[in-house]
Design a protein around this ligand. Structure first.
Ligand SMILES: Cc1cc2nc3c(=O)[nH]c(=O)nc-3n(C[C@H](O)[C@H](O)[C@H](O)COP(=O)(O)OP(=O)(O)OC[C@H]3O[C@@H](n4cnc5c(N)ncnc54)[C@H](O)[C@@H]3O)c2cc1C
Length: 603
């Protein structure tokens, strides 16, 4: 066998975001040898960008909150396609995970009496998001990485995993390369945790970082795991739209949680024009009531700006299409107006939303304490991912676990803001714990040397082949296809068009040529990302074609209504024996009676 730089661990965690670090901390604390591999530097994973907060029913600001309400909110938000057991575990365990983070050194904003402050967010009935201004992800990553390093994790920064390795059915490690020198590495491990985040870079307009190329989804799929709910891609309603160079950058929902309102070019609060039935009895009847809600009046109902993201994004799109948009094709998000209500509004905004203040000042020359922002929808979050067992987070492949954005189940058809950071903590911990148990009970698996040399040869092809396609151009073309044909509003003929284009782009990617050597060659990295992006894009398009209804984040122009017959199964994608995507409908088990009762009571 060719010589590769080889590392041996009990548990290999792929990804150093919130889910990966939390898993690594847990596995390490269980006494096994743990490695973390990350494409970027430690501390730079996408989680660092998270702004608004971590959802956990601690009841610090409103003592009517409880895990039951959080569970019901999550299920309603996910349009009942969620894995109810995951939603239950998540709602019950999130408060303990947040307090644990605090005990490890995270400095949250405080209530006047010194407890962790919680803010309002879309779809959450009560103020529930523990936060650090609008820089919560930074604090989370800082705390977890400090804690993890002291536990003795081995960290491999700027390393890309290219393939998961198996011994028969079970996992035996992973193969990849380091981005700095381009050398190949073999990671032998008894258990592997995927914590690779999302797929947002398959779209042109996105809030997601460069790392989001769907690697974990594709690695798991090719290793024989099932992917679930891949049609559900979340478009956040408020991304920056101007200037063009910053298009897609997120404008946190925290702005609306603090009283920010959406207006069209005529100055109308258009969100009052259409309230979905599921939320009719929870939504404010007047602008005044909405304001009182954001200021903590327990008798008030939430303003329609805090309805779920799918709905708000579609309302914005409607305003723009019907000619009531802002000059650059979005709508106005106004937090400056609160000066009519609060004496020290400018200072308040800067304190509660420091990143937003700087983001607009520096990138768009807008002072959000004085003027409205222009915003529009941006690709934000992937609800679909690796199907896992709700309690252990193990996939269909023995020894392969998944947690965080690359796993599916918790969020169903639509994620509530703040429920990702709590997901990372709750299920990252569980994945780490169960991966450590699996490793303790297993002997190291074998690695097939031919598979390693085949993968190495494949990875080096872009330097050697005769083709002349530019990998960046292929990626840009794919992003346009997904944005235009499998975006926020979908139609059958457009998605068939997308599949044709994806097929052409697949063969273009096989002709992608890169130049220079292997050291820090970003063209080469892009050429190696392409197969993952193309794999997940095809699965998203196929699943979206298959769901002939509109539900949550998935909206079809040709089937604009929700259809009950689609509310009883998840769409599962597996790689068939012929190498093609196979879709099946798998029934959602009925919730336990006690959970069913909670859902009914809180409808
Ligand atoms: C701007 C912004 C703000 C947000 N704000 C909030 C918020 O306030 N609250 C909330 O709940 N959610 C928020 N979200 C969503 C949330 O931040 C993400 O869903 C979450 O951080 C994902 O965490 P993760 O651990 O799953 O993945 P990530 O943090 O993305 O980590 C993925 C890791 O996997 C690594 N990786 C990927 N592929 C490979 C590979 N092939 N080989 C090796 N390593 C690999 C990456 O390098 C990275 O280290 C926000 C998202 C954005 C974009």
């Amino acid at each position: 066998m060719a010589e590769y730089i080889t590392h041996e661990h009990d548990v290999l965690v792929i990804g150093a975001g919130g889910a990966g670090l939390r898993a690594a901390v847990e596995a390490s604390a269980a006494g096994v040898k743990v490695a973390v591999v990350t494409k970027s530097l430690l501390g730079k994973a996408h989680t660092v960008m998270a702004e608004g907060g971590i959802a956990a029913a601690m009841g610090n600001v409103d003592d009517r909150d409880s895990w039951r309400v959080h569970f019901a909110d999550t299920m309603r938000g996910g349009q009942y396609l969620n894995d109810w057991r995951m939603a239950e575990v998540h709602a019950k365990e999130a408060p303990a995970r947040v307090r644990e983070l605090e005990a490890w050194g995270a400095l949250f904003d405080r209530t006047n009496d010194g407890r962790i402050l919680q803010r309002n967010f879309g779809g959450h009935r009560y103020p529930r998001l523990a936060h650090v201004g609008d820089r919560t992800g930074l604090e989370m990553i800082r705390t977890l990485q400090d804690h993890g390093i002291h536990l003795g994790l081995d960290v491999f920064m700027e390393h890309n995993v290219l393939k998961l390795l198996k011994d028969g059915d079970r996992i035996s490690g992973a193969f990849g390369y380091d981005r700095e020198r381009g050398r190949f590495h073999l990671f032998r491990a008894k258990a592997v945790v995927l914590a690779t985040g999302g797929i947002g870079r398959a779209y042109r307009i996105t809030s997601n970082s460069w790392e989001y190329t769907g690697d974990g989804h594709a690695l798991a799929y090719h290793a024989g795991a099932s992917l679930m709910d891949m049609e559900f891609v979340q478009f956040h309603p408020t991304g920056m739209i101007w200037p063009p160079s910053v298009q897609g950058i997120l404008v946190t929902e925290g702005v609306r949680g603090e009283g920010g309102v959406l207006r069209n070019k005529n100055g109308e609060r258009f969100m009052f024009h259409e309230i979905p039935t599921l939320y009719a009895n929870q939504t404010a009847d007047s602008e005044e009531e909405g304001w009182r809600y954001t200021q903590g009046d327990k008798a008030a109902k939430r303003p329609p700006e805090l309805l779920t993201r799918d709905h708000v994004a579609r309302c914005i799109r409607r305003e723009v299409r019907e000619g009531r948009g802002s000059p650059h094709g979005g709508v106005f998000l106004d937090i400056a107006w609160i000066k009519e209500k609060l004496p020290n509004a400018a200072e308040h905004i800067k304190k509660k939303l420091p990143s937003m203040y700087h983001q607009f000042k520096q990138l768009a020359d807008i002072d959000i304490t004085k003027e409205p922002m222009e915003v529009g929808p941006t690709t934000h979050y992937m609800m679909g991912g690796v199907r896992v067992d709700a309690d252990s987070q193990m996939s269909d492949v023995p020894g392969l676990f998944a947690a965080g954005e690359c796993a599916a189940g918790l969020h169903g058809a639509n994620r509530l803001g703040g429920n990702s950071l709590s997901d990372l903590l709750v299920f990252g911990k569980r994945a780490g714990e169960h991966a450590a148990d699996f490793a303790k009970a297993s002997a190291p698996g074998a690695v097939d040397p031919d598979e390693l040399s085949r993968t190495e040869k494949w990875a080096l092809q872009p330097f050697e082949r005769a083709g002349s396609e530019n990998p960046y151009a292929v990626q840009h073309a794919l992003q346009s296809v997904m944005q235009d044909f499998v975006g926020i509003v979908r139609h059958e003929h457009e998605m068939f068009e997308a599949l044709d284009r994806i097929r052409e782009l697949k063969s273009a990617s096989e002709r992608a040529r890169v130049y220079g050597n292997r050291e820090y060659n970003s063209g080469w990295h892009t050429a190696l990302d392409l197969p993952n992006l193309l794999t997940v894009s095809e699965i998203v398009a196929r699943a979206a074609l298959d769901r002939k209804e509109s539900r949550g984040a998935h909206f079809r122009d040709d089937f604009p209504l929700k259809d009950d017959k689609y509310g009883v199964f998840n769409i599962i994608a597996r790689k068939g024996a012929d190498g093609e995507v196979q879709l099946t409908h798998e029934p959602i088990p009925a919730p336990r009676d006690d959970l069913k009762q909670i859902i009914e009571e809180m409808k």
